[in-house]
Structure formats: structure tokens, C-alpha cells
Design a protein around this ligand. Structure first.
Ligand code: ASP
Length: 303
């Protein structure tokens, strides 16, 4: 599972249906099953992560698999080993699934060509973050009962965001209308080719939309100056109740986390349980990752 790009409506729907069932399992007193019994999952993270790594770990454990976490800070990469050497070393230990995050776009695909087990992309540079888009879709579908015929505004640092790319692929494939709302400096050139409508003004971009998806300002990926100042960015692009009032009255707010309060989102919105579904997204994340691990290990099962 390297990206959403290329997945069909049927494949996305199948993943979401399976994840839906795992939401129920996760709400039970006994959350454990043995779907991954005897299987090994390695979380190989070349870039920091809080929720994605925790979510994959919990997903694997709830399915009864053996899960190992490896992060760069404790690995031989620090001693000069290449990413491929690290992957080949781990591959020799026969993992059934490698969950990989890497700061470079395309690195996870490259790695997947060298190893024998299934590979899940947990985020590669600015390219894709497929399980994030799936968990966002599950959050929307459970709230609204569908993904088509609705307008989603993806706002903020689209340029550096793999979350935006995966969501644009998924939502347009499933028949939603997608808007991107950002300053010109934070949009990739040719973004219109992805089938989205482009806005540079929050109030115009949010008008009558059903869902407002906020993105973190990814300063760690920036080389140079992209916004005049954080204060000015918040003034024009930070989501507050006044700007949200342009969306539909029942519109809800999403954010992949981690949030920069007072930068892209006001705390009043982030913590408003009537408008923000950020906690739901985290819950859906575990279920979606269980569905991915389940399906991918079925495919490689020798039985
Ligand atoms: N957690 C998401 C990602 O890894 C979003 C972010 O970092 O802003 O891409």
C-alpha cells in the first residue's frame, strides 16, 4: 500500500467497510482478535511520528501480531548504513509487513521493490500518506453516510503536505468536490491538474463547504520564507469561528495532527466538540490500519 493514487472506488470502499467493522471491535471490552496471529509487523520509521506509529502498533497488537518498532535514532542508519541495507537486514528476519515512514518522496516505493513482505507507506516526504486519507474518509463517511456529492476545503500548507495529496486522490476518486485554500506560496504549481478548485481567500474558499480540513504549517520542510510571519498567516489563513461561519452551518473541522494552535487553527475551534472531529480521526486511524494489516497479510498468506 504505497499510496491512494491508483486505488479504485471498489478498493477504497472495501478497505473502509472492513475498517468500519474494526471500529466496533475497538469499542468492545475485549479488543483482541487473532487475525495476525503468527505474523510479524515491523514499524520502520526514518522520520519522527507520534500518532501514526502508535496507531500502527496498537492496530497490529489488537490483531494479535508481533510488532516491532524501529526508529532512526536507535538504528544503524546513524552509523552510515543505507536505507536499503537496513531494509534488507530486516527483510532477512522475515517480517510479513513493513510499515515505513521516510522524509523523501519515493523512498518507500524504492524500499518495497527490495523486500519480500508487504509494505505500507506511513508517509513519504511530501508525496503520500495513504492511511491518513483512509482514516479521514472513514471519519467523513461515518458522519455523513457517504463521500460523494459534498464539498471539502483543504486549507493551509498544501505544498508540503502528503496528507493533502492522498486526500485529494481519495476524495476526487470517490466523487467529492475538493477545494484547496492557501496562499500562492504554499500551493504546488499545476495543482489544478489534480481536479481541485483553487482559492487564495479563506472566506471565499469556505463558503458553503461541508468539511474544512486544516493542514499544519510544515516549517521543518521549508527552505526559505513562505509566509511573512506566523501572526499574519493566522490572521489570513488560521481557522477561527468567524471564518468557519462561511461554511455550511453543520460543517465540521478536521486536522491530521500535530496541531499548531494559534498558527493554522484557533484553540476555540480545535476544542469545540460540536465542530471538531479531530479525536474521531485518531480513533478511525487505528481501525483503518487494522483493515490494511488484515488485507495485506491475507494476500501474502501461504495458506
Ligand atoms: N502527521 C501528518 C504527516 O505525517 C501531518 C503533519 O505532520 O502535519 O504528514
Amino acid at each position: 500500500m504505497l499510496g491512494i493514487d491508483g486505488l479504485t472506488v471498489e478498493e477504497i470502499t472495501m478497505l473502509l467497510d472492513l475498517a468500519d467493522a474494526y471500529v466496533d471491535q475497538n469499542r468492545k471490552h475485549d479488543k483482541k482478535s487473532d487475525v495476525l496471529r503468527g505474523r510479524t509487523v515491523i514499524n520502520l520509521f526514518f522520520e519522527n511520528s507520534t500518532r501514526t506509529q502508535a496507531s500502527f502498533e496498537l492496530a497490529g497488537k489488537r490483531l494479535g501480531g508481533d510488532i516491532m518498532n524501529m526508529s532512526v535514532s536507535t538504528s544503524s542508519i546513524k552509523k552510515g548504513e543505507t536505507m536499503i541495507d537496513t531494509a534488507m537486514t530486516l527483510n532477512a528476519m522475515h517480517p510479513d509487513v513493513l510499515v515505513v515512514r521516510h522524509p523523501d518522496a519515493g523512498a518507500v516505493k524504492l524500499l518495497s521493490e527490495k523486500v519480500t513482505g508487504a509494505v505500507i507507506n506511513a508517509g513519504d516526504g511530501r508525496h503520500e500518506h495513504p492511511t491518513q486519507a483512509l482514516l479521514d474518509a472513514l471519519t467523513i463517511r461515518r458522519r455523513r453516510g457517504r463521500l460523494d456529492d459534498m464539498t471539502v476545503a483543504i486549507c493551509g500548507d498544501v505544498l508540503h503536505s502528503r496528507v493533502a495529496r492522498s486526500n485529494i486522490h481519495l476524495l476526487t476518486t470517490m466523487g467529492a468536490r475538493v477545494r484547496v485554500v492557501a496562499p500562492r506560496t504554499l500551493l504546488p504549481s499545476g495543482i489544478e491538474r489534480f481536479g481541485v478548485d483553487v482559492f487564495h481567500d479563506m472566506r471565499a474558499g469556505l463558503t458553503d463547504c461541508d468539511i474544512v480540513m486544516m493542514l499544519r504549517l510544515q516549517t521543518e520542510r521549508m527552505r526559505g520564507t513562505f509566509v511573512p510571519s506566523i501572526r499574519e498567516y493566522f490572521h489570513f489563513f488560521g481557522l477561527d469561528h468567524e471564518k468557519l461561519s462561511y461554511a455550511k452551518p453543520d460543517a465540521f473541522v478536521m486536522h491530521p495532527g500535530p496541531m499548531n494552535r494559534g498558527v493554522e487553527i484557533d484553540s476555540d475551534i480545535a476544542d469545540d466538540i460540536n465542530r471538531s472531529v479531530i479525536r474521531d480521526q485518531v480513533e478511525m486511524g487505528v481501525a483503518v490500519r487494522m483493515a490494511c494489516l488484515d488485507l495485506l497479510t491475507r494476500d501474502i498468506s501461504p495458506n
